[in-house]
Design a protein around this ligand. Structure first.
Ligand SMILES: Cc1cc2nc3c(=O)[nH]c(=O)nc-3n(C[C@H](O)[C@H](O)[C@H](O)COP(=O)(O)O)c2cc1C
Length: 225
């Protein structure tokens, strides 16, 4: 039996606490708590590997009035652990005759600068929500996730002001039992630094990593050609 005031944030990045998904989810939690709601958080990758964790996941989902799934885009889709979690939830709900009304919303971020890379994954989640009988509350979707890089939004400051505004509006709507408004989705998904700067920083990061692992000369290799 779920409690409508009980919200569950599921973080679906394998990077768990040091992920951008976690930073975005944490900010939303802080706002929802200001509205007097109780928010629990679980890291999907810590739960799905073992049977005990899977049971824990299903119990936590069952008890929540609203489930918020925060995850990164992996190969235009969802990370494997998140797919596993959604499959477990779907199987579990299929076996239940009397299903409670539960809301479902997502926060997705990707590494490419453009938000629209996330569209297929958003649709997958929307279909999942419908198939398992959740009430779809909407999606907050952004590109340039690497620029947040797992740091808190407060630490990222003015650069992410529209992301913060979008989350503020979404929190208020969700606390009132409403869907995430279009205004929140638009603000959240706005590019927050110039694309040229983002790609320059990205290239710098890749080169630094290649240097660290002694792979500087191999960075343009195409082993599968
Ligand atoms: C295996 C893998 C696949 C990825 N696939 C995509 C992709 O298809 N498109 C994209 O824009 N970013 C892709 N990324 C980048 C991540 O979405 C991006 O780094 C994101 O900010 C990570 O978020 P997190 O910190 O919440 O895990 C991929 C990253 C990994 C590790």
């Amino acid at each position: 039996m779920n409690n409508n005031n009980n919200i569950l944030l599921l973080v679906g990045s394998p990077k768990s606490a040091s992920s951008t998904s976690n930073s975005l989810g944490d900010y939303l939690i802080s706002r929802l708590e200001q509205y007097g709601l109780t928010v629990g958080k679980e890291y999907i990758y810590k739960l799905v590997r073992k049977e005990e964790g899977q049971k824990n996941l299903l119990t936590k989902v069952e008890e929540a009035g609203l489930i918020i799934l925060a995850f990164p885009l992996y190969v235009d889709c969802l990370p494997a652990g998140v797919i596993k979690a959604l499959e477990l939830i779907a199987d579990h709900r299929k076996s239940k005759e009397d299903r409670d009304k539960q809301g479902f919303a997502i926060i997705i971020n990707c590494g490419f600068p453009e938000t629209q890379h996330n569209n297929t994954a958003v649709s997958i989640c929307k279909i999942f929500s419908r198939e398992v009988g959740f009430e779809w509350k909407g999606a907050l979707s952004l590109g340039m996730g690497g620029a947040i890089g797992g740091r808190s939004l407060e630490e990222r400051g003015g650069m992410v002001r529209n992301v913060i505004k979008g989350l503020d509006i979404a929190a208020q709507a969700l606390a009132d039992g409403k869907d995430i408004p279009v205004e929140a989705t638009e603000l959240f998904g706005k590019k927050f630094i110039p694309i040229t700067l983002y790609t320059k920083m990205g290239n710098l990061g890749w080169n630094q990593q290649a240097k660290k692992y002694g792979a500087r000369k191999k960075i343009k290799d195409q082993p599968y050609l």
